[in-house]
Design a protein around this ligand. Structure first.
Ligand SMILES: [Zn+2]
Length: 139
């Protein structure tokens, strides 16, 4: 039986002039440490759809809703918030879906949905994991 991987079905909206970023897990961890230090819960990621900067610690309050530390690099935090305070990632939601038209960020984007933008592919144990890009460290 053939199983369909998520990477077979997602549309990758990688800008043409931007190379996809792929790295192994060790290199990814090195990059995180270099930017934000040893504490992985404080590593900051950028939502590619709205630009929201978030870390795993921000998601702690949503653990009852299923958020894990990994959620910080896979979902915009808006997915866990009231829709009226969140914009729809691509602006395709119907009015009755209740998303805000005024809010700039956060949004409801997830990297494991149908559309993948500006992802980093991290290879862990031979498997591809898609991650948001790291934020720039604060100076
Ligand atoms: Zn977002």
């Amino acid at each position: 039986m053939k199983t369909t991987k998520i990477s077979d079905v997602a549309f990758v909206l990688q800008p043409k002039d931007e190379e996809p970023i792929g790295m192994d897990y060790e290199a990814w961890c090195e990059e995180g440490k270099k930017r934000f230090g040893e504490d992985q819960l404080g590593w900051k990621f950028v939502c590619p759809a709205c630009g929201n900067v978030q870390c795993a610690r921000d998601f702690f309050q949503y653990r009852k809703d299923g958020a894990t530390p990994s959620t910080a690099y896979q979902c915009c935090i808006g997915r866990y918030m009231e829709r009226s305070k969140v914009r729809d990632a691509f602006g395709w939601a119907r009015p009755e879906d209740g998303f805000s038209k005024e809010v700039e960020r956060p949004c409801n984007y997830t990297i494991n949905g149908l559309f993948r933008i500006k992802a980093v592919t991290v290879i862990l144990g031979g498997q591809e994991i898609f991650a948001f890009r790291f934020a720039e460290p604060e100076v």
